[in-house]
Design a protein around this ligand. Structure first.
Ligand SMILES: [Zn+2]
Length: 132
């Protein structure tokens, strides 16, 4: 009697193990299904972000971009403004005891000045490019 009960118990245990294995095997298949579904949904969002975000880098030359104020595609109008760099060079020349007005030369050199980018349509200041 005990042998048959043990055999039945073993059989039931093996059945339970098989059910557990079957149950354990099923969730990964569901997981793979969901993982197959997620890349298709995820592949849509990068394409949208590529269309929307275009970084605009302003240099010291007129730059082609779209104005955030009037929404026109324009080439920026640049103006040179005196920034920190001419003052730094002026003080460096002044420290070298050159008092004959040489320290004013950096203020006349175009390449030492900052650049401001304006929209030619509406005149909005779009960017300020600093030398320092
Ligand atoms: Zn504009």
């Amino acid at each position: 009697m005990t042998d048959t009960k043990e055999a039945e118990a073993n059989a039931s245990v093996t059945l339970l193990e098989m059910k557990e294995n079957a149950a354990a095997q099923q969730p990964p298949t569901y997981g793979t299904v969901t993982s197959q579904a997620s890349p298709s949904s995820a592949s849509k969002s990068p394409s949208d972000s590529i269309v929307i975000s275009v970084p605009e880098v302003f240099d010291h030359d007129p730059t082609s971009c779209s104005c955030w104020n009037c929404h026109q595609h324009i080439v920026t109008r640049t103006e040179k403004k005196i920034g920190y760099l001419p003052w730094i060079i002026c003080m460096a020349i002044g420290c070298l005891c050159c008092w004959l007005g040489c320290c004013l030369i950096p203020f006349c050199i175009r390449d030492f000045k900052d650049t401001e980018h304006y929209c030619p349509n509406c005149g909005t200041l779009l960017a300020h490019k600093r030398r320092v």
